[in-house]
Design a protein around this ligand. Structure first.
Ligand code: FVH
Length: 294
């Protein structure tokens, strides 16, 4: 069965910034919602919006078959659910964690008689319940659970199911966040170079920066093709030897501008290392192999 014909009830544990945004999205869509938060005061504003407040996590879990958990970290999930009766429940964990934590949590839930789905939220709280904002949630784990509740799960943000391995949602989440972190390092370095006292305003520079980064994004797909074919020189127009040589100019400019290279140095050193071992004619794909330590 699916829950597509009615706004089915659910319980939500965790009313931090994200949990509160999730709660509001389900309440707005008319879902009967029982909430619990360790600090009870955070639930008060939601009562006026139609939420029922449980006095304990166990009481919230008892109130609905579908239980969504959005807490700080995996340890808090274990702590909150320790005394709850999970037999027959569908637990959806939207707490950020590692793939291994998600797999362990899935097996822990299974041993307690629950089905389990892990989620990785690719959105910030203001994007929740706002489809046009483009946020979504990766899900992995019990496929039947996902199918049964997919309409309810799609209320706060679009859903992307990425497989039965419960660790895969977290893996996708963390891979995207890692890429974002590297991009932010580059953006930070670029703004540091463009010193405002040299009459380049950050607001004048930002559109150029965003346009350039967008233009470079296609390399992710050519890199993926090289990784799949195993030919890391396939279609390469800017090879590693050329990039590594060009890095000297990037470093010299940072020095001239009085900017530390500490955000970019490790990446540039990796490129040099790969060139030094004879792979200068390849693109960046070879660095992927170099990074993998086992
Ligand atoms: N906010 C964001 O932008 C990001 C977007 C992507 C996904 N993350 C993850 O979502 C999880 C929750 O994030 P949050 O924004 O709601 O986080 P906080 O506002 O810090 O609220 C934390 C809640 O966790 C409760 N909590 C903490 N420790 C425990 C514990 N030991 N037992 C029970 N509950 C606990 C905390 O309760 P309280 O402090 O209010 O009593 C909050 O409800 C998170 O995994 C993000 O990485 C958000």
């Amino acid at each position: 069965t699916t829950d597509s014909t009615s706004a089915s009830p659910l319980a939500l544990l965790g009313l931090g910034d994200m949990g509160t945004a999730l709660a509001r999205a389900w309440l707005t869509a008319g879902h009967p919602l029982t909430v619990w938060n360790r600090t009870a005061a955070k639930a008060e504003p939601l009562v006026a919006e139609g939420a029922r407040v449980a006095a304990s996590a166990a009481e919230a879990v008892a109130a609905a078959d579908l239980v969504v958990v959005c807490l700080l970290d995996d340890a808090s999930v274990g702590e909150a659910l320790a005394a709850a009766e999970l037999t027959g429940k569908d637990v959806v964990n939207l707490t950020t964690g590692t793939p291994a934590q998600a797999r362990e949590r899935a097996s822990w839930a299974g041993q307690r008689g629950a089905r389990f789905l892990d989620g990785g939220i690719m959105a910030v709280p203001p994007m929740i319940g706002t489809p046009q904002a483009g946020g979504y949630i990766f899900y992995s784990g019990d496929h039947a659970l996902f199918e049964q509740h997919r309409d309810t799960l799609a209320v706060p943000a679009a859903t992307r199911y990425v497989g039965s391995d419960p660790g895969h949602a977290a893996l996708h989440d963390v891979a995207l966040l890692s890429a974002m972190t590297g991009m932010f390092a580059g953006i930070t370095h670029a703004f540091a170079l463009m010193r405002p006292e040299q009459e380049v305003k950050p607001t004048a520079f930002a559109p150029l920066l965003a346009e350039w980064l967008r233009a470079m994004l296609g390399m992710a797909e050519s890199m993926a093709q090289q990784l799949e074919s195993g030919d890391y020189a396939e279609g390469v127009t800017s090879n590693l030897a050329m990039m590594a040589a060009g890095n000297a100019t990037l470093e010299a400019t940072a020095e001239e501008q009085g900017v530390s290279g500490k955000l970019l140095d490790p990446f540039m050193a990796s490129m040099r290392e790969r060139v030094a071992t004879g792979y200068g004619d390849e693109g960046l794909a070879g660095l992927v192999d170099m990074l993998r330590q086992r």
